[in-house]
Write a protein that binds this ligand. Sequence first.
Ligand code: PMP
Length: 397
Amino acid sequence: MSYRFAERTKMFKTSAIREIGGMIQKKGKDVISFAGGNPYEPYFPNAEIKQAFERVFESGNASLQYGLTTGFMPLRAAISERIKSKGIQAKPEDILLTTGSQQSIDLLSRVMLSPGDVVLTENPTFLAAVQSFESYEAKVVAVEGDKDGMDPEDLERKIKQYQPKFIYVVPTFSNPDGKVWSEQRRVALLELAYRYNTIILEDDPYGDIQFHAEEKYTPIAAMDHRKTQVVYTSSFSKTVVPSLRIGWVTGPEPVLKYMSQIKEAADLMSSPLDQQALYYLLRDMDLDAHIRMLSKNYYQHMSIMQNYLKTLDHSMVSWVEPKGGMFIWVKVHESINATELLAQVLEHGVAFIPGAPFFVEDPKQNTLRLNFTHSSPEKIQIGMERLTLAFKQSVKL
Ligand code: PMP
C-alpha cells in the first residue's frame, strides 16, 4: 500500500532529543542523564495536587463535563491576576488555555503560516518550536545574535528580506542556551516589529525559575503597550508539573480569536478536569513560595554542576553561568565533536544533549546542553565526576 500523505509530512522530523533519549535508555538504568529538560520529581507538590483534584470531584459531576474551548474561566482569571506582577495586562477573556505552551506555538503556526512563509528565530533555538513551524511548510531563518539577544541590524535586514510572519524568541532563560536578553535588545525587537508590522511570539516557560530575585527581566509583552505585536505564551510545566499539560497564551484579540477557533478543530478544549484542579491548586497553595523554593534549590543544582565544569581546562570548555531556567550551555574546544563526545561519556554512564540539533543554520558541533534540574544534587555530583573524567580522557589532557 502506498499511502498518499500530505505534502507537509515531508517536513516532519523526529526530534534529535528523542533519538538520543532512546540511545540513553538502551544503555540502561545506570546512566545519569543531563539530557532531557525534566524538573526534579521530589519537588513536585504531590499532596497539594491530590487535594486539588479532590476539590474538583467534591464540586459535583458537572466538573467532569465538556468545557469551553478557551478554558476554565476562573483559571483564566487567576492567570490574569498572576501576570500583572510581570507587567502584563491581559483580561481573563484575553487568555486562552492550551495543552502546554507547545500547543500555543502550534496554534499560532496554524493561524499564521502558509507554505513558504518565513519565521525568524534565534540560533540555536527551541527544537520543538521549529518542528511545529516546519510542519506547516514554513521556512525557518536564523537571525544572528550574541549573549544579549538578536542583533537588531541583522534582524532588520532579515525582516526586510523575508517579511516574516512572526519572530519566535525565548528571551528569558532560553532553551537550549539559558540566555537572557538585555532590556535594550527587547526594546529594539519590539520597535522593529512595530515598524515592519510583524508579530513576535514570546515563549516564556522558564521566566519564573530565576536565581537572582533582585534582577528584573521585563517580558516583551509587558512593553507592548499598544497590545498589537506580541503573542506571549507560558506554562505551568516547570512551576507545577509538566503532566498537567497546562499552558496559556495571550496576545492581540484578532490573533487569539483565530487561535481559539482552530483549537476547536485541534482538540475541542484542553482537559477541563486538569484546569479546574489547577485553579484549586492556585487558590489553596502558595505557588509563589513554591517557585521560590524551586529557584533556590535549582540554583544549588546548577552550582554543583558548574563547580565541576570549573575544574576543567578553560581553554577547552566555556559557558555562561545561567541566571535561571534549567540548562547550562557549554562550548567545548572546536576540535571536539559533541556527538562523538556523547558516545564516549555514555560509556562512563552519563549523558547530555549535543547542541547541534538546536541550530537552525550553521550547527556548532562543539556545543552541548546540560540539564541540572532533573537529577538530585547527589546524582549531579556522581554524573559530573563521570563526565569530567570522560572529558579529560577524551581530550587527553
Ligand atoms: N517552549 C520552550 C522553550 C520549552 O523548552 C518547552 C518545553 N521544554 C516548551 C515551550 C513546551 O513546554 P510545555 O508544552 O510543557 O508548556
